[in-house]
Design a protein around this ligand. Structure first.
Ligand code: BGC
Length: 717
């Protein structure tokens, strides 16, 4: 057993609130060290130093899990950091603990294991011989930012208090660590019409600013963070709601380099106030911070706006994969909304290796699941006691299945299977005659076919819920089959749901009664119509009639697939390539550098959708990335041999694009697909890593190939 389990929880002995404290301990060594290790975690977020040097590079450690049941601890090799006389100091701020109100307060637990050359071993535990004092960071809050007093010194640190607390929730680091990924230089320093001095970093992002500051003693310099400017070009923070995102630095007249260590912001612009130093670009860097996920997907085509859209999808993911898949990184939310995560996971898993990231989040999901199988809206759970929502809670089934498809991860299916069954059983118990017509749901969130007077979405909630009931059941059956479990009970259930769905929501020709894009897209993609072609024809006419998409969070991921899989690829491309509102490229034409929460977060006249709920960094609509890879570039996973063991190449070209190029780094090597038009020919190239095989569909023929690169030519008709 790891020694941290024998250590003690220690705390300051007073309520820390939003203050930051520093725990310290001096220790000497008695011999030559062969190995030294620090095991450590905290309630709150910590940063550890030994002899003034930073331990590891994990930002906001220990990350965010379901703190009531699961708290990750980290293990660091510290042999290089220690000498004969040492001091370890650990700064602890409240971090995500702020969500846990009264029952959890900031605390630290650690053990330092020292192995000497002579075979002896010594362990230093956290206990009441450690001291604790207040940090120069006088205030730190993940939404509001920091107050740092450069001249503050706590003259009277005291001994830490041992806290009698369970250690059963301690688990080894399961997810990815959070790291600093990139430093962005200043793009522009400018004055707004209101006279504010601002800096533009050119990219909406998540992280913090590192700055050099001298200032005058006692002067409080402030940095405000914002995602956007308003229609007049002024600094705009109304969409942050109560999140202040401010860094206040109280100067001592000496030069300092500062960056927050226990808070983060979502921003592209900063505003400086009380800045008596000369404002020079080299004194400011925006540090991009996210989970240490490896980039795997690349895409490029002949349309620069589509390329920018893809870049915005990547930045949307970078901005919101900070230990938990969050809805947004800036306003007073930043939560692991299940719906957003399931909507985006297919794209996310192609862009980056998110296998470990989601394994950890799914473990939190099952640990937060209610006894009746219900899944909270956000994971980690904030103990809201609402009903589980269709399309949101279905993340319990959709996400593990996607990890199986993209990475061939069978273990996660086995680990989550019980949770997946519990979720489907929950729906069964809340449905009537196989229709899920009870409870409160977010439905096709932010869709464009909402009736203004009734505020009701045109796609009935019961249709959406029952469609997801069928979809989750179908994925559960597939998962059970992979695991060799008898799924006949669920097969019977699925057949009953389908029949009930047809009776309630489809006409006798298999078309969707509500006549909405989302209704059709879900019916088609979830295999719910006896005549898919009839439903696809209906969807195509609906899009053609209005000329644009109307879908919200739940319909959008399937809209283009439902069209292109059924002979309407041209219409799908029309939607992808449309530049006017509403469309994916509209935000690009408006200067977006990330994906917006609304199709019109910023309206054509520069005004905002609303002040209340208007994020400029919400990845959900970036779900189109998966269609770009699988249809425009034609790289598809074979369910029978997942993880790209067998690849299905089936690109669909379009006359408005002259080339498309994509690559996905898989565990077998890079899968590549490209096509280019030369005169009357389209040239294709496909790369299959060894030992994979692939089926290539070009010119109406299917060819089976093994590892290697293959080129094909096709005459354009
Ligand atoms: C979040 C969403 C989320 C939703 C639930 C919002 O406040 O930002 O992305 O899914 O609530 O409807």
């Amino acid at each position: 057993m790891k020694s941290i389990y024998n250590s003690n929880w220690i705390e300051p002995g007073y309520d820390l609130g939003d203050k930051v404290c520093v725990f310290s301990k001096k220790f000497d060594l008695n011999g030559t060290v062969s190995r030294a290790e620090l095991q450590i975690t905290s309630f709150g977020v910590y940063e550890a130093h030994i002899n003034g040097k930073r331990v590891g590079d994990f930002i906001l450690a220990p990350g965010w899990t379901n703190y009531r049941k699961r708290l990750q601890f980290q293990t660091y090799d510290i042999a290089e950091l220690i000498g004969s006389n040492n001091e370890i100091s650990v700064s602890v701020g409240r971090g995500w603990l702020m969500h846990y109100k009264d029952d959890l307060s900031a605390a630290l637990i650690a053990s330092v294991e020292i192995y000497y050359d002579n075979g002896e071993k010594e362990i230093i535990y956290t206990d009441d011989s450690w001291t604790v004092g207040l940090s120069k960071i006088q205030y730190s809050n993940i939404y509001n930012g920091d107050i740092y007093d450069a001249s503050f010194v706590d003259e009277s640190p005291c001994f830490a208090t041992i806290k009698d607390m369970d250690k059963k929730m301690l688990i080894e680091q399961q997810g990815e660590k959070i790291v600093e990924v990139e430093k962005l230089p200043v793009k522009k320093i400018f004055s707004t019409p209101q006279g504010d001095i601002c800096i533009d970093f050119g990219q909406n992002m998540t992280g913090y600013v590192e700055f050099n500051i001298c200032g005058k003693k006692g002067e409080q310099a402030v940095i405000y963070h914002a995602e956007t400017l308003d229609a007049d070009g002024n600094f705009y923070t109304a969409n942050l709601r109560s999140a202040k995102q401010e860094i206040r630095f109280i100067c001592d007249g000496r030069l300092h380099t500062y960056k927050p260590i226990h808070s983060f912001q979502g921003f592209r612009y900063i505003k400086l106030e009380n800045w008596s130093d000369e404002i020079k670009a080299e004194n400011f860097k925006a540090i991009v911070v996210h989970s240490d996920i490896k980039r795997t997907g690349y895409f490029e085509c002949s349309d620069e706006l589509v390329n920018k859209l893809y870049s915005n999808i990547i930045w949307g993911q970078r901005g919101n994969f900070l230990d938990v898949p969050t809805d947004c990184p800036q306003r007073d939310e930043r939560l692991g909304w299940t719906g957003d995560a399931q909507v985006f996971i297919r794209t996310a898993a192609l862009n980056f290796d998110v296998n470990k990231f989601f394994e950890k989040w799914l473990s939190d999901l099952s640990s937060c699941q209610n006894a009746d199988g219900g899944v909270p809206h956000v994971i980690p759970d904030l103990q809201w006691r609402d009903d589980s929502s269709s399309g949101w809670a279905d993340a319990a089934v959709i996400c593990p299945w996607q990890l199986y498809l993209t990475y061939g991860n069978k273990k996660v299916l086995a680990r989550q299977f019980d949770s997946m069954c519990k979720w489907v059983n929950y729906i069964k118990n809340h449905s009537n005659n196989y229709l899920w017509d009870t409870g409160k749901h977010f439905a096709d969130w932010l869709c464009l076919d909402e009736n203004d007077s009734s505020k009701k979405h045109a796609t009935p909630v019961e249709l959406i819920s029952t469609a997801f009931f069928a979809y989750s059941t179908s994925l559960l059956i597939k998962s059970g089959n992979v695991l060799g479990i008898d799924m006949s009970e669920y097969e019977a259930l699925l057949s009953n749901i389908r029949q009930a769905y047809r009776k309630a929501f489809l006409d006798k020709y298999g078309r969707v009664n509500c006549n909405t894009q989302t209704g059709c897209a879900l019916t088609i993609y979830f295999n719910l119509s006896p005549d898919k072609q009839a439903a696809a024809k209906q969807l195509n006419s609906l899009v053609k009639e209005c000329g644009h998409l109307k879908t919200g969070f739940l319909g959008t991921p399937y809209l283009l697939h439902a069209l292109s899989e059924n002979g309407y690829a041209q219409t799908a491309y029309d939607l992808l390539l449309r530049r006017e509102y509403p469309s994916w490229l509209y935000s690009v034409t408006m200067g977006a550098t990330t994906i917006w929460e609304h199709w019109d977060s910023l309206k054509p006249d520069g005004t905002m959708w609303s002040t209340g709920m208007n994020s400029f960094n919400h990845y959900a609509y970036g779900a189109v990335g998966d269609w770009i890879f699988s249809v425009a570039a034609g790289i598809n996973i074979d369910e029978a041999l997942p993880g790209f063991r067998h690849i299905i190449f089936k690109p669909v070209t379009d006359s408005r694009l002259s080339f498309v190029k994509a690559g996905i780094l898989t565990k077998y090597g890079e899968v590549k697909s490209s096509w280019r038009k030369e005169g009357s020919l389209t040239e294709y190239s496909f790369t299959v890593p060894h030992p994979c095989t692939a089926t290539v569909y070009v010119g109406g023929e299917a060819k089976i190939v093994s590892g290697g690169t293959y080129k094909f030519k096709e005459e354009i008709q």
